[in-house]
Write a protein that binds this ligand. Structure first.
Ligand code: NDP
Length: 278
């Protein structure tokens, strides 16, 4: 087994991005909108701000109260859509229940939608002509590339069909000519399917759900999950101890997919800024 070191790769890519920004002499701007006091969201937002600063992206977090109405948030997004100083706009999810998430994501200008969640960007991806792609699957593709994983003609299985991970992941793998199966909570005989995967991506949010008996020896296993086990320890959706015995390559949690997600977000912010400043 070989470990896919997402943390090291993220540092390497972030260094290159910093160089690119410095060389261009133009500063990209990333505006992050956080509504409410969700503690996990606060950590994510802080990590994004830290990465942005390291790379030379100007970033600001607009922290709105939990009681913000949908109308107020829409008005706020509209202001920043028009403001040329901000090239990327990101609304941290989840949002308080009085706000419709879909309506908010649709309100962000597709050119500034660095998360790639706008229906136009999702549609572009499914049409095979992506512009901005959700960062987590984009980061996974980068890891597969860096570690020389052959994708064409391989059987890839993705567990989880969310708009932010599972679905775009399946499409990105398909665009690289993998034969893709997308599984979810209603899939029958899941292990029979996962056992045939050359590349297995797990994004379900269930601690250590995928065990060795579900994995083909020699498979490449990508664990997206971020869970706390009963002892409060951070762990993935894959039972690392048993699966790492038979996988050819595997991502750890933490230190795998997570750092790459933030890095891809920064990369897309820089690309968006360059398009807008042209
Ligand atoms: P969602 O809750 O949106 O989606 C979970 C998906 O998993 C659903 O499609 C669901 O099926 C499926 N699922 C749930 N239980 C099972 C099961 N027992 N068997 C098969 N399929 C199942 O989650 P996200 O995609 O947002 O996130 C998934 C995990 O990845 C979470 O742990 C999250 O924290 C983590 N994550 C990590 C990121 C990182 O950067 N490292 C970024 C984003 C997410 P159905 O559709 O039928 O309900």
């Amino acid at each position: 087994m070989k470990l896919i070191d997402g943390k090291a790769l993220a540092v390497k890519i972030q260094d290159k991005l910093a160089e690119k920004v410095a060389k261009s002499g133009k500063t990209p701007g990333l505006l992050v909108i956080l509504v409410g006091d969700d503690s996990a969201s606060q950590v994510y937002v802080r990590n994004k701000a830290r990465a942005a600063e390291k790379i030379g992206i100007r970033s600001e977090t607009l922290h709105l109260p939990d009681t913000t109405s949908e109308k107020e948030l829409l008005a706020c997004i509209e202001t920043y859509n028009r403001d040329k100083n901000w090239h990327g706009i990101l609304v941290q999810l989840p949002l308080p229940k009085q706000i419709n998430e879909e309506r908010i994501l649709e309100a962000i200008s597709p050119d500034k939608d660095v998360d790639g969640f706008h229906p136009l960007n999702m549609g572009r991806l499914w049409a095979g002509n992506p512009l901005m792609v959700p960062s987590t699957p984009a980061g996974i593709m980068e890891m597969l590339h860096e570690y020389g994983v052959e994708i064409e003609g391989k059987r890839a299985v993705v567990i989880g069909r969310s708009n932010i991970v599972g679905k775009p992941m399946a499409q990105l793998l398909m665009m690289k000519n993998a034969t893709v199966t997308l599984c979810h909570s209603r899939t029958h005989h899941l292990a029979d399917i996962t056992k045939k995967a050359d590349i297995l991506v797990v994004a379900i949010g269930q601690a250590r759900f995928v065990t060795a008996d579900m994995v083909k020896p020699g498979a490449v296993v990508i664990d997206v999950g971020m869970n706390r086990d009963s002892n409060g320890k951070l762990c993935g959706d894959v039972d690392f101890a048993s699966v790492s015995e038979l996988a050819s390559l595997i991502t750890p949690v933490p230190g795998g997919v997570g750092p790459m997600t933030i890095t891809m977000l920064m990369k897309q912010t820089i690309e968006a800024a360059q398009r807008q400043m042209k």
